[in-house]
Ligand binder design. Structure first.
Ligand code: FES
Length: 169
């Protein structure tokens, strides 16, 4: 966690977060009838507003709910939906579940990393694509598969990667 927070401090320095976004989050929290058991709901909203959940936003939510920053960070790191880093315009989720692994998703990962010059868990320098791995998405018959934003690409071959990316470039 310390490493995550360190990275966040760097991001926070690079990109100051707009006051209006904090106000929007504050208004949302104020509109809730009670704050009991609402942490995940509030974090969803915060990520929708800010696009990601940097350290300052985590601490803001923690203060508002009267809980520790470590607790908020624990929830964020547990659920893969939440991200502490800014995401690119398009998110490419690569299934690394057993079926996809067996059907050669490793080659697809290599092709994507090569094409985008980045690695899983990172975003391209132009902020266009974020690569992330996910567990089985429940469509093993289509293995190996990747999901770009909400669109599923099944039985992907390494040589098709360039063409898939071209749809979003
Ligand atoms: S292992 Fe990839 S969809 Fe199930």
């Amino acid at each position: 966690m310390a490493e995550n927070l360190k990275e966040q401090e760097k991001n926070d320095l690079e990109k100051p977060l707009p006051k209006e976004k904090y106000e929007e989050l504050e208004d949302y929290i104020d509109s809730l009838p009670s704050l009991e058991g609402r942490l995940i709901q509030i974090l969803h909203k915060a990520q929708q507003i800010f696009g990601y959940l940097p350290r300052d936003v985590q601490l803001f939510v923690a203060r508002r709910l009267g809980i520790s920053g470590a607790k908020v960070n624990g929830v964020i790191t547990f659920y893969s939906y939440f991200t502490q880093k800014p995401r690119g315009e398009h998110t490419i989720s690569i299934c690394t579940g057993t079926a996809c692994f067996v059907k050669g998703v490793g080659k697809i990962i290599e092709a994507l990393e090569h094409e985008l010059d980045t690695s899983i868990g990172s975003t391209t320098e132009d902020m266009k694509f974020t690569l992330k791995d996910v567990r089985c998405v429940g469509a093993c018959g289509l293995a190996p598969l990747i999901v770009v934003d909400d669109k599923v690409y099944g039985r992907v071959k390494p040589e098709e990667v360039e063409q898939i990316l071209a749809e979003y470039r």
